[in-house]
Design a protein around this ligand. Sequence first.
Ligand code: 13P
Ligand code: SF4
Length: 309
Amino acid sequence: MMSTVEEIADLKRQHNAVVLAHYYQRPEIQDVADAVGDSLQLALAAQQTQADVIVLAGVRFMAETAKLLNPDTIVLAPTLDASCSLVEQSPPDAYREFLAAHADHTVVSYVNSGLEMKAMSDVVCTSANAERVIAALPHDRPLVFGPDRHLGAWLQQRTGRPMVLWNAECEVHAAFDAQQLDTLRLANPNARILAHPECPSPVLERADVIGSTSALLTYVMDHPHDSFIVATEVGILHKMRHHAPLATLIPAPPLHVTECACSACPHMKMNTLDGVLNALRTLAPRIEIDAELAARAVRPIYRMFELVQ
Ligand code: 13P
Ligand code: SF4
């Protein structure tokens, strides 16, 4: 009898399928993936693959982005229920009303957003390219940024461009706490703090390095003997440990948690290895997007690619 890992490999061959996994996926899913990446890397991998089937092990908006960029490919998600607090805190009707009050603004949306929000946007960005996308936008119109208010506040500071911000946050990164970081730093005086820009500003003010998931991983790989306090989702530690086995990695705990030092995204963690296997066995569940909505939602993603190659 084949193991789960062997059966996944066998089904990938049979269906000419690839598994694309986000860095926040469980280690066993990352280990069967053909590519592991952050949101931008996964979008590019989905766009460029020659596979007939993509299993996108991440959250739903990532699978939707893959389908938008590769509409002729079957895109499977191990579960369709893996949402994101940024999507849940941004109902399309409320966002439409918000935009109507800022009609003369250029609308920049984080890729961590629903299809309707993307469709209402002028340009999309990811955490890896947000600064470059905003820097490339003409200065003739003011900016709206949504949905992540912490990322938006950090981008205002970095780019010097004022923005009207939508008020949503990532439930994982918003839970990191400045006082806990101070305590960890006192106990580990040589450790540098790494933080994702979805963290609140008191956390970012204490960080030595701020960057997207891939940028933080690259920083650790470039300093493989150093110590780090990592203020982002705990899944990234798998690749950090793999690529920098001698680095000391201290996961920052979320607020009010002192025992377990982990900060896991409940949406990302809905995916399991059995879920990946089941998707490959049944070729379901599939991401299907209404053609008219897809045409509107993909436009700002292509604009992102035009602005930053
Ligand atoms: P990146 O993949 O762009 O680093 O974003 C982090 C995240 O929260 C994804 O859900
Ligand atoms: Fe959404 Fe945050 Fe989870 Fe990423 S980590 S999927 S932004 S809730």
